[in-house]
Design a protein around this ligand. Structure first.
Ligand SMILES: NC(=O)c1ccc[n+]([C@@H]2O[C@H](COP(=O)([O-])OP(=O)(O)OC[C@H]3O[C@@H](n4cnc5c(N)ncnc54)[C@H](O)[C@@H]3O)[C@@H](O)[C@H]2O)c1
Length: 384
């Protein structure tokens, strides 16, 4: 069995909750390095997860001939120099989202990985979640031969109008802004929630409707906090995102709903999928990453029991994680397999770029208060 040697660069909150547990328990990964500019933090996490080497300088990791791939979970603005150095040294790269903060940075990242002939995977993990994979499969399956419930009235007296049956994806995010570090809202290190978070939902829409190409974007609200985005594709499909950060974690954060062919496909926070409009549309339930709940209702009950009487939620989150499966582990599996078997990355540099480009266009749309086209040469740039 092939085992890859890995190095973690950036040992903050996300790395501690996902990267360290996932990599140290992966049968094909040996995590050798914990690197953070805050060396104390790197040492503390390395000790907790039994990682042998620590450093504050990412070049120590890049210069280690034993390292096969690096995982980057620094703040966003630090990605470019690390990726350029890693690609030059022939290391594969697993990078947190957003891949970059600006188009120009993303172009340089694409060029670096292509010239270095290394694989890059951007952790736009939602596309790998079992619940969204099942949602898309069910939607595609129904689309091949739509069957309807016997009680449905079928219009036969006229031809359908051209826009009468276009697929629509509705994504509702309700988040708690008190959980955001100010660094994520700072224009220099985070850039706000459209570039920091909504790259996830922009990627989900592009992955869901692939091979359709996005052609226009409209966004409103605040690029830093609550906002909405409407994304239109060349086959007429569309996605509406409603992102509010004035909500509560006492209710699930993410809900996805697709309507098409007189049917509805809904995913409730990666735990439960419901389907409507066709015979035998039974709900599907998905295992959690940490903990177990057999339905959304059970998830909610357990969540309530867990938080009642707790003084500080952060303490319980770290000591006893309770987490739905958003696809983090599957993304790591996919990337490790891509390296070992020389297969395409599960979320490559072009997908990473596209989500950054769309987020930047959404921010521009908010600033200008207008719909913007997405020219083909910018959606599919030619980088050599
Ligand atoms: N995929 C997801 O679902 C998801 C969820 C949360 C966070 N994230 C991403 O993870 C990243 C980190 O977020 P976080 O909340 O852990 O932030 P954080 O501030 O807690 O951690 C970032 C760490 O990176 C270190 N760092 C910064 N520059 C560095 C450099 N050049 N070399 C080495 N270390 C460096 C910092 O010292 C810090 O410890 C962000 O890009 C965020 O978007 C992804």
């Amino acid at each position: 069995m092939k085992v890859l040697t890995a190095a973690q660069i950036g040992c903050g909150k996300f790395a501690q909750s996902q990267d360290f547990p996932n990599m140290t328990s992966h049968p094909n990964v040996k995590l050798k390095w914990a690197c953070d500019t805050n060396l104390e933090q790197a040492k503390m996490v390395a000790e907790q997860f039994h990682v042998p080497c620590t450093t504050a300088d990412f070049m120590d990791v890049i210069n280690d001939p034993e390292v096969d791939f690096i995982k980057i979970a620094t703040s966003h603005e630090a990605h470019l120099p690390i990726i350029e150095a890693a690609a030059k040294a022939g290391k594969h790269i697993f990078c947190e989202k957003p891949m970059a903060m600006k188009d120009e940075e993303a172009f340089r990242i694409i060029r670096a990985v292509r010239r270095g002939k290394v694989k890059l995977c951007v952790d736009l993990n939602r596309r790998m979640s079992p619940a969204l994979q099942a949602l898309r499969a069910k939607w595609l399956e129904h689309g091949k031969d739509p069957k309807h419930n016997p009680w449905r009235y079928i219009q036969t007296e006229r031809e359908p109008l051209p826009e009468e049956n276009l697929p629509h994806l509705n994504i509702r995010i309700q988040d708690e802004s008190s959980s955001y570090g100010l660094g994520h809202l700072d224009p220099l290190t985070g850039g706000g929630e459209i570039i920091g978070e909504s790259v996830h939902w922009l990627d989900v829409a592009c992955w869901f409707f692939a091979p359709a190409r996005p052609v226009a974007i409209t966004a409103w609200g605040s690029s830093r906090l609550s906002h909405g985005i409407y994304l239109k594709f060349d086959n007429g499909a569309s996605m509406t995102l409603d992102f509010s950060c004035s909500g509560t974690f006492d209710f699930p954060k993410e809900m996805f709903e697709v309507t098409h062919n007189a049917a509805l496909f809904r995913s409730l926070f990666f735990v439960e999928n419901n389907y409507y409009g066709f015979p035998d549309a039974k709900p599907e339930y998905f295992a959690m990453q940490h903990g177990s709940a057999k339905s959304l209702a059970e998830y909610m009950e357990q969540y309530k029991a867990r938080v009642s009487g707790v003084g500080n939620m952060r303490d319980i989150e770290n000591s006893k994680p309770f987490m739905v499966d958003k696809g983090h582990r599957a993304m790591l599996d996919g990337f490790v397999n891509a390296i070992i078997n020389d297969e395409p990355s599960p979320c490559d540099e072009m997908a990473g770029y596209l989500s950054v480009y769309l987020a930047r266009r959404a921010i521009e749309s908010v600033n200008l208060g207008m719909t913007l086209p997405l020219p083909i040469e910018q959606v599919t740039p030619c980088i050599v």
